[in-house]
Design a protein around this ligand. Structure first.
Ligand code: GAR
Length: 214
C-alpha cells in the first residue's frame, strides 16, 4: 500500500514510519511521497534524506481551501497513493479532499481524544491537571481531530513533569503507535462501523492500559 504523508513540522512521526518500514515493520505499507505546506520544514528534509519524493504547496498561495486541497490531491494521485497519513499536518482538510480518500486519511494527535483537540494538546492536558494522557490515531473527517478513533496509547503524567516532559513521553508513544496502525490498515485488519473502529489482532495489555501489538 502506497502511503502519502502530509506534514508541517519537524517530521519525527514521518521518520518513525520510514524507520519502521526499513525494519520491515510496516508490512506492505511504504511512504512513497511526502507533501508539506511549510517551506524548509524538517519533514521535507527527512524525506529527501531518505530518498522519498517531496512536494511543497503553501496554503497561503491559494485563495480557497478547496483549491489547496485539489493541489495536494493532484500530487498524491500522481504517486498512486492509497492511504494518506497526516503527521503533524496543521491544516483542516475539506470534503473535497476527504471524499477522494474515503476512510483512507488518518491522523495522529498528541492527546487522548476527544479530550484536548486542536493545537498544543500536550500543554492543554498538562495545564488541565490530568493524571494520564497519550496519543490517538484516528480517521480524519472534516472537523478538527474529530474522526473515528482507531487506536490510542496512554502515558502517565508524573510528579515533576512539565509540559515539555509530557510532550516527549507522548511523542515516544506516537512513534510506536502510528506505524503499527498503518500496518494494520495495509493488512486489511481495520474496519469502521459508524464511530466505532475494529482492529483485528490488537490485544490490550490491561495491566498498564497499553496496546501490546498495536
Ligand atoms: C506530533 O506530536 C503530532 O501528534 C502533532 O504534531 C506533532 C508533529 O511532530 N499533531 C497535531 O497536533 C495534530 N493536531 P512531528 O512533526 O515531529 O511528527
Amino acid at each position: 500500500m502506497k502511503v502519502g504523508v502530509l506534514a508541517s513540522g519537524s517530521g519525527t512521526n514521518l521518520q518513525a514510519l520510514i524507520d519502521a518500514a526499513a525494519r520491515g515493520e510496516m508490512g506492505r505499507a511504504r511512504v512513497v511521497v511526502v507533501g508539506a505546506n511549510v517551506p524548509g520544514c524538517g519533514a521535507l528534509e527527512r524525506a529527501a534524506q531518505a530518498g522519498i519524493p517531496t512536494f511543497l504547496r503553501s496554503h497561503k498561495d491559494f485563495a480557497q481551501r478547496e483549491d489547496f486541497d485539489h493541489a495536494l490531491l493532484d500530487e498524491l494521485r500522481r504517486h498512486g497513493v492509497g492511504l494518506v497519513a497526516l503527521a503533524g499536518f496543521m491544516r483542516i482538510l475539506t470534503p473535497t479532499f476527504l471524499d477522494a480518500f474515503p476512510h483512507r486519511v488518518v491522523n495522529i494527535h498528541p492527546a487522548l481524544l476527544p479530550s484536548f483537540p486542536g493545537v498544543h494538546a500536550q500543554k492543554q492536558a498538562f495545564d488541565g491537571g490530568v493524571r494520564f494522557s497519550g496519543c490517538t490515531v484516528h480517521f480524519v473527517d472534516a472537523g478538527a481531530d474529530t474522526g473515528p478513533i482507531i487506536a490510542q496509547a496512554v502515558v502517565p503524567v508524573l510528579d515533576g513533569d512539565d509540559a515539555e516532559a509530557l510532550r516527549l513521553r507522548i511523542l515516544a508513544e506516537e512513534h510506536r503507535l502510528y506505524p503499527a496502525v498503518i500496518r494494520a490498515i495495509a493488512e486489511g485488519r481495520v474496519s469502521v462501523d459508524g464511530r466505532r473502529v475494529h482492529v483485528r489482532g490488537a490485544p490490550v495489555d490491561l495491566a498498564d492500559g497499553r496496546l501490546k501489538s498495536l
